[in-house]
Unconditional design. Sequence first.
Length: 179
Amino acid sequence: MGRRAADLAQSDRASIYLLGVEPDEPDTELGYILPASRSREGAADVLRFVEKPNEIRARVLLDQGALWNVFIMAASVRTLLSLFDSSYATTIAAMRGFEGASLESVYQRLDTLDFSKHVLEGNESILKVLTVPHCGWTDLGTPERVGMILEQLPEAEIASYAHFPAHVSLAHQYAQAAV
């Protein structure tokens, strides 16, 4: 599906193609994409993009056919930069003009932005979505979520991950402490 999104973005450089997974349940820690149609055959226009709604709004979005935003997208760099140029021109100017300054000092001066909430929301006119059928996808964006997944695995399988970096072990420790 990612390859298909990339191919579409290459032929349509004015749009951003998102992958949206058919959800299992409402989740207030995820973003939602409400497509104009629910065809699995091609990309659909996006009616609404909502980042981390409350539970009531998440349920309403699900009833309307919304998909989970998995933050996999394909677009030209020029299209992505145009989103920033329209709303965050000073941020782009600071990033482009960092010569002579350390990159760290440039980042310290920049505002903190949530790409989904501050950049994608409100720009639905250039968003397209490809529906990914229910596939068991899980967001692993927080240590708590990694811990929840590890909690579901048999102990023998968790032990086989002992060679992973410390942050995975910390997530496992978090999951054990939460029980």
